[in-house]
Design a protein around this ligand. Structure first.
Ligand code: GCU
Length: 672
């Protein structure tokens, strides 16, 4: 692995003397059991991390040790080799870190439930050292919250990336897999360091050539790059492939020839890549062909692929992002937010058990604020994954700093009250999927502060109970060091960044008021309205917001459990930040805080823009504490953001003034 700046939070910066001292008693020998690739990587990582942070060289061995040692291995192998050592029960990817005594020697055990566990444990240990934490009392078992923790990349085979803002693909170039996959391997290392275990490499709007016979050996090279880090390869497939590239005259999922085609295809794929993870399917959505072409359902489509994957233990992530983008905006009952539940709820219980329905966090599309998708509570007997977006499509495309963990936590913690029980979304998941869209840019996302999002996605997939604040603290220390002032100030910027962005774009549940049909960047509120895309906010002269209530609106609220419905059915009960997502109210409607809706919109825009400006001031106080390259890069980004926040502020406020005809009480709006 090159040491050329692609390390992100795995920099292993040299620790100060005083901090390094407390790690003097760490053993100088590492004993590794077995020869699986991830355990080999764990050993390499350990040697590298300790050398860089502590200047300490450690020796590796496979023999029974005659001195203190660090032990890396899978639970069963450890217990076989050291009869007196009892490793606690571990989930497949879980790990155990503990000090123990073996044959008169001190041993620091890094045990895993599978061969990925010791690698995850090693990264956890190195993180603790980087943060200068005390290791003497170390004794912890960690098991992941969900077994499937995957990244989706929306990379096209020509090397472009859909909704990617950090350069070209690290996987593809000119229609083929890149000759040099160094970055793919480095990416797998980053993903493993936060416990991620799968990565789909091509766009959900899938190029049907992805499984061509000539392409499979190329995919095998990506799998080879991932394997040392325990990251399984996945691909997006298109349901029409049996017909578009497969030589059949149909892709009807119930046609036996189509079933045979998929089975044959995956048999070939698994011959080349025996540990292939599975596929993602986007069908009947935004122009992608799907089962509706033959009057079939998502169950038929998902199961035909699932059955072909089953003998090889592969899984199908079937996306619930299915909706009609030619909706009739004149119909007051039409509502895109209803689509996923309306389509998938009736199918519950009919998906094979290697199908996971992949559900975006909210019912629309990665907006700055949405309620949790009701589908999380709406399919009880179906495996579910949450799909979160790390790439900041509607959230400033990495030109704005927006730390997303607080937003993701809101969805993960939202109680669906399934059958009247406490059932936060995070308790209902078999998978957690993040759309990352990193590129060839040296720091992966083209914005240093945005890397907190990739880091925190992995950490939340592993442990959904962690707080957004604790995660950003960890990330800070690994990325910029342990100086308390730096930690505190960057934490402040990160924690305030989502509310600030929400306030100068679309507060009160208006969603991101950006260009819907174009690049999804910059203010363009008018583009939401009067078209088939269904991201309407219904800003009329008399009032604003979508009425989604059961009693007078689209009925979307009725898709939640009775308990959750109570929070949204009336405007009075709905929290201010989601008011206009659920209700159409006059501009003079009074919020819980006492302000009118229109005045709150004006004020929020001024406050948000002022906050973005404050981020620049805060960052500038750190000039001497951050290396010049990163200091300047972040300064440029935050300064741009502060200016663009003013563009947003004035565009939205002016538009609201024109639409409502009600002046700003402070008379700021409309005078430019
Ligand atoms: C959004 C995004 C598309 C993407 C789609 C999806 O609509 O703009 O580029 O294809 O989501 O998630 O499938």
């Amino acid at each position: 692995i090159a040491e050329d700046g692609h390390d992100a939070w795995l920099r292993y910066a040299r620790l100060h003397e005083a901090t390094a001292k407390q790690f003097q008693s760490l053993p100088k020998l590492v004993v590794t059991l077995g020869d699986s690739p991830p355990i080999g990587s764990a050993q390499t990582e350990l040697k590298r991390g300790l050398a860089r942070m502590l200047g300490r060289e450690i020796r590796a061995s496979k023999q029974t040790p005659t001195q203190d040692f660090i032990l890396l291995g899978v639970r069963d192998q450890i217990e076989e080799m050291f009869a007196n050592l009892h490793v606690p029960e571990l989930a497949p990817d879980g790990f155990w870190l503990d000090w123990t005594e073996v044959g008169g020697h001190k041993a620091l055990v890094i045990a895993g439930g599978s061969d990925r566990g010791p690698l995850y444990g090693t990264f956890a240990l190195l993180g603790k050292i980087a943060r200068g934490e005390n290791l003497e009392t170390l004794d912890e078992v960690q098991n992941p919250a969900a077994p499937l923790r995957w990244i989706n990349q929306w990379d096209n085979l020509d090397g472009t990336i859909e909704r990617g803002y950090a350069g070209p693909s690290i996987f593809f170039e000119n229609g083929s897999v890149r000759a040099d996959l160094t970055r793919a391997r480095e990416y797998a290392r980053l993903l493993a360091s936060v416990g991620l275990n799968g990565c789909v490499v091509n766009n959900v709007n899938a190029d049907p050539r992805i499984l061509d016979d000539a392409f499979i050996p190329q995919l095998a090279r990506i799998a080879d790059a991932f394997r040392p880090y325990g990251v399984k390869l996945g691909v997006s497939v298109n349901l029409s492939m049996p017909k578009t590239v497969g030589g059949l005259d149909t892709f009807d999922p119930l046609d036996p020839r189509v079933q045979a085609w998929w089975a044959h295809k995956f048999d070939a794929l698994y011959r080349a890549i025996p540990d292939f993870g599975g596929v993602v399917v986007k069908a009947d959505s935004e122009g992608q062909l799907g089962p509706s072409a033959y009057g079939r359902t998502p169950v038929d489509a998902a199961n035909v692929i699932a059955r072909a994957l089953r003998p090889h233990h592969g899984v199908v992530f079937y996306r619930a992002f299915v909706y009609n983008h030619h909706l009739d905006w004149k119909d007051p009952k039409a509502d895109r937010a209803r689509a996923a539940y309306d389509i998938f709820h009736p199918l519950d219980g009919r998906f094979d058990d290697n199908v996971i329905v992949q559900i975006k966090n909210g019912p629309i599309d990665f907006q700055v604020r949405e309620p949790a998708s009701p589908l999380f509570g709406g399919v009880k007997q179906t495996s579910k994954a949450i799909e979160l977006q790390i790439t900041q499509e509607y959230l400033g495309q990495q030109r704005h700093t927006v730390y997303l963990a607080p937003m993701w936590k809101q969805t993960l913690d939202f109680d669906m009250h399934v059958d009247g029980h406490d059932t936060p979304v995070k308790s209902l998941l078999r998978g957690v999927v993040g759309v990352a869209n990193v590129g060839m840019d040296a720091n992966w996302l083209a914005n240093h502060l945005a890397m907190a999002n990739l880091y925190s996605f992995g950490r939340l997939a592993w442990d959904s109970n962690l707080s957004a604040e604790a995660i950003v603290d960890e990330w800070m220390r690994l990325t910029f060091g342990n100086d308390p002032e730096v930690v505190q100030k960057v934490r402040e910027i990160q924690m305030e960044s989502w509310p600030a962005y929400e306030h100068y774009t679309g507060p009160l549940g208006l969603q991101t008021l950006t260009n819907i049909t174009g690049p999804h960047y910059g203010p363009a509120p008018e583009s939401q309205e009067r078209n088939g895309w269904g991201q309407w906010i219904r800003a009329e002269h008399d009032g604003v917001g979508m009425d989604r209530s059961v009693s007078t609106g689209t009925g979307f609220v009725g898709q939640y459990s009775a308990e959750a419905q109570k929070q949204f059915e009336t405007a009075a009960a709905t929290p201010d930040e989601l008011l206009l997502f659920f209700h159409h109210v006059p501009y003079t409607y009074k919020l819980h805080g006492g302000k009118t809706v229109i005045q709150a919109i004006y004020d929020f825009h001024y406050e948000g823009a002022a906050q973005a400006n404050e981020f620049v001031n805060t960052w500038e106080t750190l000039e001497r504490k951050i290396d010049p390259d990163r200091y300047q890069a972040v300064l440029a980004q935050l300064s741009y953001q502060a200016d663009h926040a003013i563009v947003w502020r004035d565009a939205i406020n002016d538009w609201c003034l024109r639409t409502s005809g009600i002046s700003d009480a402070q008379d700021r709006v409309g005078h430019h």
